[in-house]
Ligand binder design. Sequence first.
Ligand code: DX5
Ligand code: ZN
Length: 214
Amino acid sequence: MIAPSILSADFANLARETAAIEGADWVHVDVMDNHFVPNLTLGLPVVQSLLQATDIPLDCHLMITDPGRWAPPYAEAGAYNVTFHAEATDDPVAVARDIHAAGGKAGLAVKPNTPIEPYLEILRNFDTLLVMSVEPGFGGQSFIAHVLDKARTVRRLVDAGELRLVVEIDGGINMDTIEQSAEAGVDCFVAGSAVYGAADRAATVEALRRKAIG
Ligand code: DX5
Ligand code: ZN
């Protein structure tokens, strides 16, 4: 799956920018609060408007403190997948439960230097694991390859039938880095600058998909 990140899109034309990625599997929406990360983007009102503007499922990536309070309303609004950070809460399972109760899929995100081992036991409560391959906060950064070990670990558990979730990667994904991520067992690729920095966004989505399939 390819999930273009609108962080690199024109925020004044989001309806047009989502129409430009026809064929994408998810629209990745980066919510930042200037507390969990040193950047501020958009929130629930923009997501509510986006839901009216596109039929592509929204994959909301919450880079915020207090996800217990803020994550469930995104699911209630109609976001398909609501992902929050493991580092931002003491009780990720409770947050996942509240997202599910609100009708959404729940994702757990981990920063590049956060180990996955402490979370393996609770991953069965999630539909998605988001492995960050850059420090969260900004688009256009370079891919950090060592995070692929986490994707490999979780892929093995999925293949062994011990877990059922989407392994998603976010940060620095482009035509050069998508292949090694696919080989590590990633099934959903977020791409911001690679898609929105291209003249033909839909063609770039297809090119990335072809490269991932190999
Ligand atoms: C970074 C965001 C990413 C960002 C990726 O904090 O979570 O989704 O948009 O941008 P690129 O693909 O340019 O690294
Ligand atoms: Zn993101």
